[in-house]
Design a protein around this ligand. Structure first.
Ligand SMILES: Cc1ncc(COP(=O)(O)O)c(C=O)c1O
Length: 468
């Protein structure tokens, strides 16, 4: 059985797939924002055993595009304002196709040195944008969660060595749960993970960090890592990074910044000011599948003293001997838990080269402006309460009905908005209260989508209130 195809068949298959994708993207603006009706039944019908015999490509393609992809939240839709929108730039999809079809080995420098260099270039650009020195090294990961994990592993190795039991780590209670999970996976005892209360605008309070560190030291623990947020998931809050950096320095702790959502806003003048202090961190996580709009599956970690990242991940093996890496080049596997890995670099490199950084800067500034416009609309509309003035692009709001339970009303409001399929939003809890969030981050979201989104929210809020 020959698993390969002749060039003509490959071309035909590629054309069919391309046509299907382009048609799908062309009708995106008119597609429902979510389509999860009867999802359980549909999913049940999809269960099947391993297919002993093959099926025609065209039939499978139709099945994927018509029966699988549509059963979903439409995350690349211009009106997708839920969670942290993930983009999906088309050139990245082409880069993925090239990377998969050519299937170069991206784990080791020697196997594809030129490809490794493009990925290293991308990481060096990230380091420059954070004002890190040339000692910085990084890694592209599957997402922010694994990037945060490698950051904790690097900090743990540097400060604790093998003795983890007393290691203690500090972050605000608004920090993304991936960092708590990462600390647990990295072997830090759960009882040593300090989630500290936030103050004004849901930001970390530096004094509480200092008090907790001093108290833990007195109790014989070993504080080793302090984490700041460059844009929390709940509200987009930026912690006082400079003050946290001072505390980390004073107490000789590793200062990590989770910029998975917010870090790339540093490309804009406004973001540069707001994220002041990020350059003082020891490591930073940036998610290209958020702030650079590439498809899901790309996070990154950059460590200022890159050698510390290497020391935490480097291991030799007999079957990988005889391959020196020239000075200044990077062997990805030495900085990452992965060996065989997808060539993620291309899906970031290609759009950055194709559009130029200025296009991303402008798009990110547009998102900041749109979030402010949306906030103003909520402020001016009677009945709405906004819990945060957006520092980046998240706005958390709720509607105050004339009477009755506010949480229950807003739960109903969210359901009504999402059922309309004109918009898709998500909720969170702030100070124990149910709130609805909007996050403007899709490269496809522009002013008309924001205006339409506000109208949908307003319409259902007033409609529900009038039925009370
Ligand atoms: C602030 C922040 N950190 C980390 C993560 C985790 O990133 P990922 O989902 O890419 O693993 C997220 C995800 O939304 C996030 O918003």
């Amino acid at each position: 059985m020959n698993l390969d195809f002749d060039p003509e068949t490959m071309r035909r298959m590629g054309e069919l797939a391309l046509q299907a994708v382009v048609d799908h993207l062309a009708q995106l603006p008119d597609a429902p924002r979510s389509n999860l009706d009867h999802a359980e039944e549909i999913v049940r019908a999809l269960r099947e055993g391993p297919p002993e015999n093959g099926t025609e490509f065209e039939q499978l393609l139709r099945f994927i595009m018509h029966e699988v992809i549509p059963v979903s939240i439409n995350t690349p839709h211009p009106s997708y304002l839920a969670y942290i929108p993930g983009g999906g730039l088309y050139p990245s999809a082409l880069a993925d196709f090239i990377a998969s079809a050519t299937n170069r080995f991206a784990g080791a420098w020697f196997a594809a040195p030129a490809a490794s260099r493009l990925e290293a270039n991308v990481l060096e650009w990230f380091a420059q944008w954070m004002d890190y020195p040339s000692s910085a090294r990084g890694i592209l990961t599957s997402g922010g969660s694994l990037a945060n994990f490698s950051a904790i592993v690097a900090a743990r190795k540097h400060h604790l060595g093998d003795d983890l039991c007393q290691g203690t780590i500090y972050m605000s209670n608004q920090t993304h749960h991936s960092l708590i999970k990462a600390a647990m996976l990295a072997g830090i005892p759960e009882k040593n993970i300090r989630l500290l209360p936030v103050g004004d605008r849901f930001k970390a309070i530096p004094e509480t960090f200092e008090q907790a560190i001093e108290q833990d030291r007195k109790n014989g623990l070993r504080p080793f890592m302090l984490i700041g947020n460059a844009g929390t998931t709940n509200t987009g809050a930026i912690d006082p990074l400079e003050a946290l950096a001072d505390i980390a320095r004073k107490h000789q702790l590793w200062f990590h910044v989770d910029g998975a959502y917010g870090g790339f806003f540093r490309l804009t003048d406004e973001g540069r000011q707001k994220l002041c202090g990020i350059e003082q961190s020891d490591s930073v996580v940036l998610d290209p599948h958020k702030g650079l709009f590439v498809p899901y599956g790309t996070g990154s970690l950059v460590v200022k003293e890159g050698e510390r990242l290497r020391r935490a991940h480097m291991l030799e093996a007999e079957y990988l001997q005889d391959h020196d890496v020239p000075e200044g080049e990077v062997n990805p596997a030495d900085y990452s838990p992965e060996l065989s890995r997808f060539y993620r670099g291309l899906r970031v490199w290609l759009p950055l080269k194709l559009y130029g950084v200025r296009a991303f800067r402008a798009a990110l500034q547009e998102k900041l402006d749109l979030a402010r416009e949306l906030y103003q609309k909520f402020k001016q509309e009677p009945g709405f309460e906004v819990l945060n003035e957006p520092e980046l692009t998240v706005t958390a709001f709720r509607y105050r009905p004339p009477h009755g339970d506010i949480d229950a009303f807003n739960r109903q409001l969210l359901q009504a908005i999402n059922r309309s399929k004109k918009l898709f939003l998500a909720s969170t809890l702030l100070n124990g209260q149910f709130v609805i969030r909007t996050c403007v981050l899709s490269f496809r979201t522009h002013r008309p989508e924001i205006e339409a989104a506000f109208e949908v929210i307003r319409y259902y809020a007033h409609k529900l209130a009038s039925q009370m």
